[in-house]
Design a protein around this ligand. Structure first.
Ligand SMILES: NC(=O)c1ccc[n+]([C@@H]2O[C@H](COP(=O)([O-])OP(=O)(O)OC[C@H]3O[C@@H](n4cnc5c(N)ncnc54)[C@H](O)[C@@H]3O)[C@@H](O)[C@H]2O)c1
Length: 487
């Protein structure tokens, strides 16, 4: 029997998981719903402390202002489970759902242990009343069914629940803009009354026609499909970039011409060193795993090609650097500008930079790395993890002393000033499309470098003819080399 919502008002919203999604989404709700108290809970005390400080744990343009405006009024970051979850009318699950790195489905399946833990904690602690549980995390289809089954298995509870799926489509770096003005808000569920309650919350700032409703499974699947399609566009233009380099076509011109077709559109057609971020690869793997589970091997193979192309693009870039530097980078100093997976974020998860830096360290290069938002600790940790073949949470003390970690410490320097970073190096590698890179005095950089000075633009953001006039040997993605046979 479905719950009667006639007397149900949302006075308090809780969220489990104060990460890249939980923090910004809840801050936006607090901003536009001053009549609702919003509590964000996390097990990680350091992260909660950072949310309560002047130095937020994530960088997103515009986020600081919103947090400062609402924090302590109707926005609270806490490790107090009762305040955030037990007392809330609506509870969002916004915990991480990484790719499993052990056992069955290793390297493919989503690891749902954090989601399951949330469901079990709610079941064991909420004994009365009614709550709407909202899946905000990206999950495989039918996860809502597992959450619902767990919630129903308490023998000593009067509590009732409705489960909704409300996947998040924000992009890091533009999270505030995306949340403020979303293309759509998607709510999947079985009980229209529960869907209406959540839709009413969003309707405080999102137009009703942009709040769409589906069944639970369509909602869960739509998020995976959206990420597959986005990643697929990047891999497609990157595949084209290789053809351009081989034939003399220019990928920027091709992308422009193709993107002017309204059926195709111009966005996400920027050739690059490959996509990164915590979601694309994970969600494609997740979808391919699901397809295989349903004996749809051809579907799995089709989408898996998107990842293979991305891996190849990163590999190709690293190889090109070695090849152009007279087939060896051993003992050469290279400067890497950009380590975040995209501009306007400090997030490095699955960043192409990590893979390329580790390949160049394997080739015995010395790297100077600069990123405006990523800490030295994060950069060193990321490269060491990859070189030690270690996964999230696996970086234990003994890995700190492996030969690979020693090598990273010997070969990698993180430098806080871009001009210092580039000085005395043989080549500059642009790895993230930070706007500030376009404003540098490239003549000054060139003068401070070893000659010949190479520049590999992995994002095609700089003015290459100007750089060539200065004297750089420039290599960019998807543009044929002027003198391919010459070193
Ligand atoms: N990052 C993005 O751009 C993005 C965009 C859309 C969707 N998503 C999806 O949103 C989800 C969250 O992603 P994220 O990037 O915010 O992850 P994140 O790793 O930044 O944050 C997750 C947080 O959950 C906390 N957590 C885990 N288990 C917990 C528990 N039982 N109780 C309390 N806290 C717990 C962790 O400590 C962490 O702080 C994922 O499913 C992801 O795929 C992410």
């Amino acid at each position: 029997m479905s719950t009667d919502y006639s007397n149900f008002t949302v006075k308090r919203i809780g969220c489990i998981g104060a990460g890249y999604v939980g923090g910004p989404t809840m801050s936006m709700i607090a901003k536009y719903c001053p009549h609702i108290d919003v509590y964000i809970f996390d097990l990680n005390q350091t992260r909660i402390n950072a949310w309560n400080s002047d130095n937020l744990p994530i960088y997103e343009p515009g986020l600081d202002e919103i947090v400062q405006e609402r924090r302590g009024k109707n926005l609270f970051f806490t490790t107090d489970y009762t305040e955030a979850v037990i007392k809330s009318d609506v509870v969002f699950l916004s915990v991480n759902t990484p790719t499993k790195h052990y056992g069955l489905g290793k390297g493919r399946q989503a690891d749902l242990k954090f989601i399951e833990l949330c469901a079990r904690q709610i079941r064991d602690s909420v004994k009365t009343g009614h709550k709407i549980i909202v899946e905000k995390s990206t999950v495989p289809i039918k996860t809502a069914m597992a959450v619902s089954r767990i919630l129903k298995t308490s023998s000593d509870s009067q509590a009732t629940f409705d489960i909704l799926s409300n996947p998040e489509f924000l992009a890091e770096g533009t999270a505030v803009k995306d949340l403020e003005n979303p293309d759509r808000v998607l709510i999947g569920g079985e009980n229209p009354a529960a869907i209406k309650i959540l839709a009413d919350v969003y309707a405080n700032w999102v137009k009703r026609e942009q709040i769409i409703q589906t069944n639970l499974w369509s909602s869960e699947l739509s998020k995976l499909v959206a990420n597959c399609f986005l990643a697929q566009r990047i891999s497609s233009i990157n595949a084209v970039s290789a053809i351009c380099e081989a034939t003399g076509a220019n990928v920027n011109e091709v992308a422009h011409a193709v993107g002017m077709d309204k059926r195709i559109g111009s966005r996400f057609l920027q050739a690059s060193v490959g996509f990164g971020g915590s979601c694309f690869q994970k969600d494609i793997l997740n979808l391919t795993y699901l397809a295989e589970h349903y004996h749809l091997k051809e579907v799995a193979d089709y989408f898996y090609g998107v990842i293979s192309m991305n891996d190849w693009q990163k590999q190709r870039f690293a190889q090109k650097v070695v090849h152009k530097l007279f087939n060896t980078v051993s003992s050469k100093k290279l400067s890497v500008l950009g380590f975040a997976f995209k501009k306007d974020t400090g997030d490095t998860r699955e960043s192409s930079s990590i893979f390329i830096c580790s390949k160049l360290v394997e080739e015995r290069a010395y790297l100077n790395i600069y990123d405006p938002k990523v800490s030295e600790l994060q950069i060193m940790d990321d490269i060491m993890r990859v070189m030690n073949d270690a996964y999230d949470g696996d970086f234990s003390a003994h890995l700190d002393t492996t030969p690979e970690s020693e090598m990273v410490r010997r070969c990698v320097k993180v430098i806080k000033d871009p001009y210092e970073c580039v000085k005395d190096t043989h080549a500059v590698l642009i790895m993230t499309e930070w706007d500030e890179f376009k404003t540098y005095d490239w003549k000054k950089m060139y003068d401070s470098m070893k000659k010949p000075a190479f520049l590999f633009d992995g994002r095609n953001i700089l003015d290459h003819s100007k750089l060539e006039e200065i004297g750089f040997d420039v290599y960019s993605i998807g543009v044929a080399e002027k003198n391919p046979a010459q070193w």
